[in-house]
Write a protein that binds this ligand. Sequence first.
Ligand SMILES: Cc1cc2nc3c(=O)[nH]c(=O)nc-3n(C[C@H](O)[C@H](O)[C@H](O)COP(=O)(O)O)c2cc1C
Length: 163
Amino acid sequence: MTSAIDPELFREVFGRFGTGVAVITSSGPGGPGGMTANALCSLSLDPLLALVCFENRARTLPIVRAAERFAVNVLASDQEHLAGVFASKLPEGEKLGGVDHRLVEGVPVIDGALAWATCDLRELIAGGDHTIAIGEVVTMGLGGGEPLLWYGGEYRQLERRRR
Ligand SMILES: Cc1cc2nc3c(=O)[nH]c(=O)nc-3n(C[C@H](O)[C@H](O)[C@H](O)COP(=O)(O)O)c2cc1C
């Protein structure tokens, strides 16, 4: 099947690009917030830059804009419930309420994350109905476990290839 301007097909095409799952957290003058995200990638090694794409309606975007900082929390396979919480429209203040976390450089880092990085916001670039946030990594660390994956609109787990 081919089509030039079918948003559903677009979703399916890019849904076949398997990714990890992260929660982008921040904390500004109005309090903390966070959003599940997979439109995320490393951008530059010198300096260390990462980028995240925020839907313009995401409530986490104005928090990041005000705080000028955010954290990338890469979720582990046993954190699927957190992906659900942060993909929801629960009041922003409630999302982190029941989640064990600590503040690093003023932004929430979720306990048990597979990996994490805190970033200083360097640039916000308009991209259609999304905004690309470029952050410079300030601190980062590794946790343990296996990754939570997202493929074809579903959460998946890593399976080792049998030899
Ligand atoms: C697996 C997954 C990946 C997502 N990736 C993104 C993303 O990269 N950017 C985005 O803006 N929303 C993404 N979303 C949707 C947001 O998590 C959702 O709109 C959330 O309610 C935003 O929260 P907020 O309004 O509190 O910021 C994703 C959702 C899921 C389940």
